[in-house]
Design a protein around this ligand. Sequence first.
Ligand code: HEM
Ligand SMILES: Nc1nc2c(ncn2[C@@H]2O[C@H](COP(=O)(O)OP(=O)(O)OP(=O)(O)O)[C@@H](O)[C@H]2O)c(=O)[nH]1
Length: 667
Amino acid sequence: MYGMLYESVQHYIQEEYGMETWRKICQIVDCKHNSFKTHQIYPDKLMPDIAAALSACTGESFDFCMNFFGKCFVRFFSNFGYDKMIRSTGRYFCDFLQSIDNIHLQMRFTYPKMKSPSMQLTNMDDNGAVILYRSGRTGMSKYLIGQMTEVAREFYGLEMTAYVIESQNDICGGTAGPIKLSDGPLTVIVKYRLDFDNRDYMAQRVNVVAHPSQLKMPSVDLNVFLELFPFTIVLNHDMKITLAGEKIIETWILHNPGVNPKSFIGTHVMDVFNCRRPKDTKIDWDTILQMRTVLFEMELIRTGHSRAAYDAALNIDYENYDDSSLNEAQTMALAKAQEFEKEHEKDEEEAAAATKEIDPATGLRRASVGLRSILLKGQMFYIKDVDSLIFLCSPLIENLDELHGIGLYLNDLNPHGLSRELVMAGWQHCSKLEIMFEKEEQRSDELEKSLELADSWKRQGDELLYSMIPRPIAERMRMGQEHVCQSFEEVSVIFIEVMNIYDSGSTNVQEAMQAVNTLNKVFSALDEEIISPFVYKVETVGMVYMAVSGAPDTNPLHAEHACDLALRVIKKVKAHNLPDVAIRVGINSGPVVAGVVGMKVPRYCLFGDTVNTASRMESSCDPWKIQLSNYTAMKVREVGYKVEARGFVKVKGKGDMETYWLIGGPE
Ligand code: HEM
Ligand SMILES: Nc1nc2c(ncn2[C@@H]2O[C@H](COP(=O)(O)OP(=O)(O)OP(=O)(O)O)[C@@H](O)[C@H]2O)c(=O)[nH]1
């Protein structure tokens, strides 16, 4: 389904439910698109899945969400100026309801792969109308109600209620996951009753009494129609072709080499045509009589093709045609066609396999090598004088390539019919549109890339920021809390020093480089042991690595986590077997004040005597040992950590302190 529908959904969900809800929905449906491209095709299942996700996020029903999406679409397409098209369909809402198919038809050039639904107004009265919706997609029936309600209100000032009278294959209630589009073409048919004030429309519909001068008009010979519309066919009550325009017969012969040209007349319409729209329609007299306001699309069945068949068709002498045998030209045409089919049998098989299932998203017509089948679009009219139905139609040809692909030329198309404009308009539009599409695709690709780049820069920025200040603090600062300063009742501060790594008096550059590499190795090993939110790296100063447990996230087990970190790093650095290098660790627990200082390079710093003492535990520690202050040792010994009294140590600025070695963790 084209991205325009998803753009409207994304736009209004963000506007009415907020960015956070949209982000959650994208997570639920696993949608990776930052934005949708108007002219790109996306899976159909995304629409009901977004509705199911919105329903889960907001508690609204699935049907409510789909109805809301239909409203979004109508509000959104005004951005493209399509509202003018709706207003021009007619002065009454019923005029609009009968023109929806036409609206989509007009959009064929802008959305060449569109697989639009078909709508058919089957009944009208003063209080509303009945409309029949057919589609190859499931789950969209409430979407349409939203669209019609919004169009009625926005463009016709009408309050309309709609409900489903009956439906087939319609899935309501959404899906927990992606809707499985069933194999092969599925037709959803839904009949709605639309209640709205339709009195004005019904009043203006009284049959216009013919002007007296018209009553004297002579009746028109049916053959005039066939000349004006050379692709027309006339049907009797048995739905057999009783008359046909010259061009449709010619095209039929071209696409079915070797057939008896006279056999076209008298054949049942469904033996020479497939009815593509409305889908799943029973082609019999009574049904068709009911559907005279509906636009039909009839596809000519083709059994092959060849240039020879074209020449044969052009040179056939219909009048003296001998029904019993093919003339020479036809025999040759048939032989050439069979030869061509054989040559391309494999392609046909591949093409048939490739399009075994008509792609519900694009509705790709049956792929056939060479000529394409011809599609006739028009309405069925009942002609009382001859008690027949006449299919007044024109070939639906989107561009010159397709015209040649069908084996037709412009002068085969009736000058006043739809086709010629469609082809030429399509052709002019196409080239301009193609350039515009390419530009727009380029721009949206660039936008997509810059969004991804912005995302990666943001991620790198965040990583850098979180390496300077803890994530919770950074988030608070992002919310505008300038000075984030907090006091903590009790944390454990860890100092780790890397020893014998460098003689600061040395001027040897080589030694200095070596020392930096070694230090980087050791600090990287320590970084790997920092498990947030239990322990947070605060800073490194020279050869000293400082960490804390219990800030910025309070943590009642801060002493244990600090000791576990110390035990892990001793083991890990020892395992590196770096020559001469040793480390020593000091830990102390107590109150601190923590906050971010500085704006240029903001740092998360700890203040208080607890920090000073922890540093002293480290600087007075032996290599490969872990020295705990008395308070920390008591805390961890209670929970099974093995500590050993070191006795009293003279600590600078503190006098004699009783300290302990940490020997190991609890069993
Ligand atoms: C005037 C501007 C309109 C444009 C440009 C437009 C275009 C489209 C496009 C591109 C699609 C997607 C089809 C596909 O991707 O295969 C679509 C689908 C659809 N359109 Fe329209 N449309 C318009 C008006 C309307 C209106 C007024 C209605 C009904 C009130 C309508 C009913 C639908 C429905 C129900 C679908 C969903 C597809 C389905 O059910 O199979 N459209 N339309
Ligand atoms: N890395 C680091 N060390 C700190 C911090 N706060 C205190 N220290 C160290 O803790 C030790 C004791 O600090 P103080 O009691 O203030 O001693 P000082 O007189 O500032 O420093 P000394 O010259 O080492 O005595 C000193 O070695 C400080 O470098 C800190 O936030 N980060």
